[in-house]
Design a protein around this ligand. Structure first.
Ligand code: HPA
Length: 268
């Protein structure tokens, strides 16, 4: 793994002339932020050695390096999901590469189903914490001290400092944000009503199929994280209706400019 990370980082260094410190991972249909990146270099995943290739509809699958405002960023448009069949080392490989390239802050976005009865469809949720329900842990197996410690602390997995800044940015622009705990589960099924109730009962506010593996590995690597979830449907008793991937993308599309604004200002 160490050799693969170096190989991929070396390849990317030949493609980019800047040293971004900020990484971004954009979720399902949430590529709007890249329209704000200037001086862009785009690197399709399939041209990057050792990178898995994304297969889900709505993910164009490329690395984009450029400037967001005044800041150099490295953005992933499209991520690798566990439900696609990758193992956790593949899902989180890009985060390892980001670290090797000097990234120290990671912003992630996703679409999720709200289980907090106070949430509404289209809400932006600042992720304050997560619950990992994936059946495979990305750090299982031999630990390489070069990459991080064996038993990483997760008490500040989502940087409190960045959360506070994001709150202030949202308030300044009068953007409604909610906050909560993201439950990460494998999918690809959306939840049964009983499963939504279960995720609420264990302390979740939203449930989705991503983010947790990347944030775990980022924390292992000493990268501070910030996450926003777009609530695209509700798993709340009485409000549960049929969900489809298309609807999730549609709702995501409609609110992502607000998320882009928060992320852009936060980065700057
Ligand atoms: N459940 C899981 N993942 C999701 C959902 C959901 O309801 N909505 C968007 N991603």
């Amino acid at each position: 793994m160490l050799q693969k990370i170096q190989e991929t980082a070396d390849f990317l260094r030949t493609k980019i002339s800047t040293n971004p410190k900020t990484g971004i991972i954009l979720g399902t249909g949430l590529g709007n932020l890249v329209t704000q990146i200037t001086d862009k270099t785009e690197i399709p995943y399939q041209t990057i050695p050792n990178f898995p290739v994304s297969t889900v509809e709505g993910h164009s699958g490329k690395l984009i390096v450029g400037k967001l405002g005044n800041v150099d960023v490295l953005a992933m448009q499209g991520r690798f999901h566990y439900y696609e069949g990758y193992d956790m080392k593949d899902v989180t490989f890009p985060v390892r590469v980001m670290k090797a390239l000097g990234i120290d802050t990671l912003l992630v976005s996703n679409a999720s189903g709200g289980v907090d009865p106070n949430f509404e469809i289209g809400d932006l949720m600042i992720i304050t914490d997560h619950i990992n329900l994936f059946p495979e842990h990305p750090l299982r197996g031999k630990n390489f001290p070069e990459l991080g410690t064996r038993f990483p602390d997760m008490s500040d997995a989502y940087s409190k400092e960045l959360i506070e800044k994001a709150r202030q940015i949202a308030a300044k622009h009068k953007i409604k944000v909610v906050e909560g705990v993201y439950v990460g589960t494998t999918g690809p099924t959306f939840e049964t009503p009983a499963e939504y109730r279960y995720f609420r009962a264990i302390g979740g506010d939203a449930v989705g199929m991503s983010t947790v593996p990347e944030v775990i590995v980022a924390n292992h690597a000493g990268i501070r994280c910030f996450g926003i979830s777009i609530i695209t449907d509700l798993g709340v008793p009485g409000k549960i209706v049929e969900v489809s991937h298309e609807e999730v993308q549609q709702i995501g599309n409609s609110v992502q400019p607000l998320m882009t604004l928060i992320m852009k200002e936060l980065i700057n």
